[in-house]
Structure formats: structure tokens, C-alpha cells
Design a protein around this ligand. Sequence first.
Ligand code: NAD
Ligand code: TDX
Length: 354
Amino acid sequence: NDAPRTLLVTGGAGFIGGNFVHWLLTNSTARVITLDQLTYAGHLATLADLTTHPRHVFIHGDIGNRELVSQLLIDYHIDTIINFAAESHVDRSIDGPAAFVMTNIVGTFNLLDCARAYWSQLANEQRDRFRFLQVSTDEVYGSLGATGYFNENTPYAPNSPYSASKAAADHLVRAWYHTYGLPVLTTNCSNNYGPYQFPEKLIPLMIAKAVRGEALPIYGDGGNIRDWLYVEDHCRGIVRVLEAGRAGAVYPIGGNSEKTNLEVVDTLCDLLDALLPHSPHCPHRQLKTFVADRPGHDRRYAIDASKIERELGWSAQETFTSGLRRTVEWYLNNQSWCQQVTQDNYAGQRLGGG
Ligand code: NAD
Ligand code: TDX
């Protein structure tokens, strides 16, 4: 039925989850319960404008907490779980993989197990309506050579502790569908960029450093390729999968926008030159610095998103040029957000490489 949904959104104080919560409250009549542990990557500053929103509740907690999750499902009559909560940064997973195993694997297991217990007690109509959507990544497929694309049939071949933990979680999600019949959906998305991304990831890190006139650390030869998608396009894709995706199905999502890291950094530098013509750091390209490569650095990711385009009518709306411009403007206009989230509780590791 078409009644408004009540969603448990985990990781909603992070980058994509935060954008998703905003998108949903603006563009639908859904109720949103955000569950977030507020790690170094999760910040109430991202949800600051929603504190008094009548359809939003924030809960501070761990997806691995069985009692808490079970109670939330019952208390709020949840009909949809969207799992964004994760340790998400590849460099951190190299230095400290334990947290990745705990949240990404054990935490997802706990969510699935709580969801199954709750779902199995629902009346028939509510059981049919229930969905568990796992937000996953293209990194589970490993690394591509110069040609070819990842699609829904590509075998998993994760290379980093981060991608291995996401792959393990995806396998659990699949098993809960095939073994228990839990109505799950999985999306595997390429690199996102946009507002509220923590400034440890390539794009916001380079903007923050360039504005301060600091060296821009490029790993290896800068020739690694990522397929960039504006975060709002990812949010719209998740909503389409939720609305019309087949239970048990997997949907790759991507921007059809492959760039080398050097191309990304050069474009950012040129945008900053244009937006900050009086900066003493112009031309910003002079700040580029090549540093030691990331261990096990995947060379190329690229998604074939034709399944979600064909079956669900989704396509990316933002181009890389328009999306990157919006993103740079957002960071320049929201420097207080950046300062707040980096000051909060930030124990930087390998920040900026080198
Ligand atoms: P992020 O690091 O910005 O946010 C993660 C959020 O999860 C934070 O708010 C954090 O506090 C919260 N969290 C961490 N551990 C938790 C726990 N145990 N319990 C509750 N909350 C916890 O990450 P992001 O970039 O927004 O990524 C969100 C999801 O999307 C992740 O699952 C990630 O694997 C996936 N993904 C990300 C990208 C990307 O480019 N960023 C691409 C594809 C898929
Ligand atoms: O300082 C840097 N210099 C640099 O050259 C940083 C932080 C990154 N890089 C390179 C490494 C990658 O090739 O830029 C590329 C992008 O790096 P990240 O922003 O760390 O993203 P990536 O490792 O590609 O993973 C991201 O996309 C897929 C997210 O962090 C994951 O959560 C998501 O699953």
C-alpha cells in the first residue's frame, strides 16, 4: 500500500545518510528515525536543522546493540530499515581493521537478526510491506583493468579490510533472504561526493587543504580511476529501489563519470581559482604533491548501472561539472561545519597520506 513509510535510517548523521534523511523529509511524507553512534564521522551538526522537525527522531546508539535495535523496531512500528551505518574510510581500515569488522559485519548481522525476529511477528500485510535495504559499495568487486564494468553479476573480490567487511555484510544480507525470506534489497554504489562529506575523503580533503594553501597529497601516480556520483542522485536511486525494487535483488548504482584522481584534483583547483580569484594560493594546481601510494590501492572502479536505469527508470541528473561546482560552493559557504566536525572528536590517522 501507499501509506507513508516509517524508516529506521542507520548512520543518518554521516555523509550519505545525512543527505538521505534531508532528501526524504523534504520530498516525501515519511517518518524517519535516525540511529547513529556519532563516531568521528557522524555529527549532529549535519542534522542541526532537523532538531524540531515533526517527522524526525534522532537516537544516539550502536547498530550492534541488540536490545536497543529490537526496542526501536517495536516502539516506532518500523516498516523499513536502511543501513548506512559503517566504518567507511579505506585508509583507516588499513591502520585499524577491528572497528570495520565490528560495525560493518557484526553490526549488520545484529540488524538483520533483530529485523528477522521483528518481521516474523508482523501481520501478513505488514510482513509483505517490510523492507531491509543494505547500502553497499562497488569496492566489493575489486579492481578493474583499463576496460570493462562492474555489474550485478560480477563476482565479489574485495581487496581492502574495508571492502572485505562490506562484502561480508552483503553476503549476510543475501543469506537472510535466501534462508529466512527476509525481504532485503542491496545497492552497490560508486564513489559519492557532495555536501556533508567528512574532510578525510578525496574531494572535501582537497578543498579544505587548498583553501588553507596546504599541499594536496595525491597517492601514487594519480592515475587511479573512480566513477563519481553526486550524493543526491544516489539518494534518489535508493528511494527508487525501495519503491519498486524486487525483494532479494541487487542494484549497482553509478555516475557513468570516470575520472583519474589527477583530473579530479585539477578540476577542483581550477574551480577554486575561479571562485577565489584573490586567494594568495592561486593557481591552486601548484599545491599538488605526489605521496606514497595507498597499500593495495585498487586501480579502477566503474559501474554499469543499466539494471536500475532499465528496471526502475533511474538516471543520474547531476553532471560531474555541475555537481563538483555545487560541492565546492557548499564547502566554501559552510566552513564552520567543517571546523566543527573536525574539532568534535577527531583522531586523525593517515589524514592526507604521506
Ligand atoms: P560516513 O563515514 O560519512 O558515515 C557513517 C555513519 O555511520 C556515521 O554517522 C557514523 O557515526 C555511523 N556509525 C558508524 N558506526 C556505527 C555504529 N556501530 N552504529 C551506529 N552508527 C554508526 O559514511 P558514508 O560515506 O556516508 O557511507 C554510508 C554508507 O554508504 C556506508 O555503508 C558505505 O559503505 C556506503 N557507501 C559509501 C560510498 C561513498 O562514496 N562514501 C559509496 C558507496 C557506498
Ligand atoms: O589524500 C588522498 N589522496 C588520494 O590520492 C585521499 C584521501 C585519497 N586519494 C585517492 C585514493 C582513491 O583512489 O583518491 C581516491 C578516492 O579516495 P577516497 O576518497 O578515500 O575514496 P575511496 O577509497 O575510493 O572509497 C570511497 O568510495 C567508495 C568511500 O570512502 C567508500 O566508503 C566507498 O565505498
